[in-house]
Design a binder for this molecule. Sequence first.
Ligand code: PXP
Length: 243
Amino acid sequence: MMRGVQLAKLSVNIDHVATLRQARRGREPDPLAAAYLVTLAGADGITVHLREDRRHIQDRDLQLISQAVDNRLNLEMAATEEMLAIAKEIKPESVTLVPEKRQELTTEGGLNAAGKQGFLKKYVGQLKDAGLSVYLFVDPDCIQVEAAKNIDAHGVEVHTGSFAEAVISGQERELNKIVDAVKKARELDLVIHAGHGINYQNIKSLRQMQDIEEFSIGHSIVGRAVLVGLERAVREMIELING
Ligand code: PXP
């Protein structure tokens, strides 16, 4: 089913602009400048992941972007007391809760929402009381999607990493898991985002799912931006999502 009038949004994850800056612990490239350019190029939102180890995005980046950039800010974070306090102070439009391990190169799997329902319900409740929309990053697994509903999250971000990494013979199986998870989330009236490992090729399969309201994409856009410029890289992705 091709996307008709229903357009999907793109939130650009600019963590890797900060990764490049942190390689020299200097000032450039500045994620704030990237947030402006991404916005000018027509993206619907900016995503940053403030990690516990501050390996890329710094507190200063989050503060400046939230104050200066007129675009929807989505804060990815682990469900910790420190991050709860930061989210309440910064008040991004949305928070996406992710699992976090210090040793990982990037977020590896979805949250075990089903196994931590009591804790997460309370945690999500505190964010919602502060006026924030809360999403849970979950594997494409109906049990996890149901748990997100029980936790009273506004929605889920379905983890597309296994699909993105699958060899050709396994891609259909992984895509079907996403299709099922999206269907379940729609039945439960959750808002549906998708992200991780999405690039200029695999977006073509994912964009067929009309119920996905927003794609969260970082590495492929920032990687392309090094070669063609950030605005062009963002515009080309928007074209693939909705063109
Ligand atoms: N969504 C979540 C929850 C993530 O942790 C990440 C990576 O930071 C992304 C989306 C973006 O993934 P990628 O950089 O592979 O596009």
